[in-house]
Design a protein around this ligand. Structure first.
Ligand code: B12
Ligand code: SF4
Length: 473
């Protein structure tokens, strides 16, 4: 009596398209045996190969110790839901790409009498759309407020809504533990975030809306301790999840200089501006940086400007990328084709740029207007979205598998073939092998990634062709 702990389960829900499994358009029914097998194998490869990292959000919340409460994590990408036991509270992380399955799960659980709390980026941006789908809402970054929720659970006084009024101060130490994870499920469990917030305002992104414009830093000694502790459980690669790991050059230099002795290998995301800071580049390289994703977006300066991306001047991009690669770091170059000032000339420009810079893994994306971003609202106002602006599920987060809007300067019927022709030329087995052979490091990973993309962009072309037929009819 009174000794039993209350049990809390934190759940991560996979999306039914995008990185969690490339569902083709119209592929809603049960796939045939062979197709099912192929999808299964592919999903497995996706999980094993690259994206299978644990949800840091739930690791953070699950690490909060509250007396009388035990917390567990269930990652539905790998586990089935543990319905066979009692849970005092179930928290579901709602990501913009997986709202429907998250709400469906919540409905099912509530029907069975469980209490459900919803949190995550989608709840933060659209609380009013979530209210009916959970017993409790947590709006905003929950690092601190989660303790209040747990306390209220313990005292049986849960409120309907918890709203984070001030973004958490990251400089105070909150240890992240891995006990609640099954380490074997993941490609790596070494996920670390050193800063939050983004000073930029790209209109297709909502990091600056969710996490604010001011960069908040974690305490360097705390990050170093975390890396050291993480290494005891898992010696695999580290993934720094910061949106821009070089957002604050001085902080990054100090931090990664301290990480040099640990001999880790790491990957992250940066702006190409890094190529102009030789000292930081050197520290990144010596601390084990193997690859960086950089957002190049458009090679047309006007396009980047219209979409409020000002921090990567086109005329310096190529040199910066060469400098990063010369420092022994692979570059994943992420483009968006179809921004507002893009013309058909972009396709040739992208190809020439890839040849010129030797980018190791190209990502040639279509613009995915995310509900809640400035570009989403603008495209809706300009009547350029291809789905009802209120039907968020229609804006699926697939790999540019189909168009979600009409480009401004290129008629969609011309745009689609120009894109599919481009990806057909860029993603070939021959080029994959060439890119791997020329990569400054991590050659196997570069090969795997490129081969995987040969397959993925092939799927994307199928959806786009299907869409073309519909548009034509
Ligand atoms: C790492 C990452 C990935 C990884 C891992 C995904 C994951 N969810 O773990 C991979 C590569 C798989 C990925 C894929 C995609 N991603 Co991503 N990703 C990120 C990134 C860089 C970091 C996520 C993270 O760990 N943040 C740190 C944690 C601590 O923050 P958090 O998750 O928001 O959690 C906090 C709160 O939201 C809240 N919270 C979260 N869950 C819960 C649950 C409960 C119960 C409670 C109470 C609170 C709560 O508390 C947490 C602590 O403060 C973010 C950018 C960012 N700054 O967050 C983009 C981001 C989340 N991704 C984004 C997108 C668009 C995608 C893709 C759709 C891309 C694509 N086209 O395929 C896919 C979708 C995959 C999916 N199924 O959701 C967008 C989402 C926009 C949105 N939600 O409105 C973001 C914000 C980037 C952006 N440019 O806008 N992504
Ligand atoms: S795309 Fe990157 S740089 Fe632009 S606002 Fe988002 S996080 Fe910041």
């Amino acid at each position: 009596m009174g000794m039993d702990k209350l049990s809390v389960l934190l759940v991560f829900v996979p999306a039914d398209s995008g990185v969690d499994g490339p569902a083709l358009l119209g592929e809603s029914g049960r796939p045939g045996f062979l197709q099912g097998l192929k999808n299964g194998v592919l999903k497995n490869i996706i999980k094993r190969a690259q994206f299978a990292i644990p949800p840091l959000s739930l690791m953070i919340l699950g690490s909060i110790d509250e007396p009388g409460i035990e917390q567990h994590i269930c990652d539905l990408r790998f586990e089935t839901f543990p319905l066979d036991r009692h849970w005092d509270l179930i928290g579901i992380s709602v990501q913009t790409g997986a709202v429907k399955p998250a709400f469906e799960l919540s409905a099912l659980l509530r029907e069975k009498g469980f209490r459900v709390v919803l949190g995550g980026p989608y709840v933060t941006v659209f609380p009013e759309r979530c209210r009916a789908h959970g017993d409790v809402l947590v709006i905003g970054e929950a690092d601190d407020i989660w303790r209040a929720v747990l306390e209220d659970l313990r005292h049986d006084r849960l409120q309907k809504e918890y709203r984070v009024e001030r973004l958490p101060d990251l400089s105070s130490c909150r240890g992240v533990k891995k006990e609640a994870l099954d380490i074997q499920h993941y490609f790596t469990t070494n996920v670390v975030q050193t800063t939050r917030g983004c000073p930029y305002s790209c209109d297709f992104c909502n990091v600056h809306v969710i996490n604010g414009h001011r960069i908040r830093h974690r305490d360097i000694a705390g990050v170093v301790r975390e890396v050291e502790g993480f290494l005891e459980k898992d010696r695999r690669i580290f993934f720094f999840l910061d949106d821009t790991i070089n957002a604050d050059d001085e902080y990054a230099e100090k931090l990664f200089r301290e990480l040099i002795p640990f001999n880790i290998k790491w990957v992250g995301q940066a702006t190409t501006r890094l190529g102009e800071n030789g000292r930081l580049l050197d520290v990144f390289s010596r601390s084990g940086c193997g690859a960086l994703l950089v957002g190049i977006e458009s090679l047309a300066e006007e396009s980047n400007r219209v979409h409020h991306k000002f921090h990567n001047p086109v005329d310096r991009q190529a040199e910066c990328i060469r400098n990063i690669r010369d420092a022994g770091i692979c570059v994943y170059g992420s483009f968006i084709y179809g921004l507002d000032e893009d013309t058909l000339e972009q396709t040739g420009a992208i190809e020439a740029f890839l040849d010129e810079t030797g980018i190791d893994v190209p990502g040639i994306n279509l613009l995915r207007p995310i509900p809640g971003t400035e570009v989403f609202n603008r495209l809706a106002d300009e009547q350029r979205l291809l789905h009802d602006r209120n039907n968020h599920d229609a804006f699926r987060f697939s790999w540019g598998q189909e168009m979600l809007y009409r480009p401004k300067k290129i008629p969609i019927e011309t745009f689609i073939p120009s894109y599919t022709d481009l990806t057909k030329r860029i993603f070939t087995v021959k080029r994959a092998i060439q890119r791997a052979a020329n990569a400054p490091t991590l050659r196997t990973a570069v090969l795997m990634f490129n081969l995987f993309y040969v397959h993925m962009y092939n799927l994307s072309r199928k959806d786009l062709m299907q869409q073309m037929e519909k548009l034509g009819g």
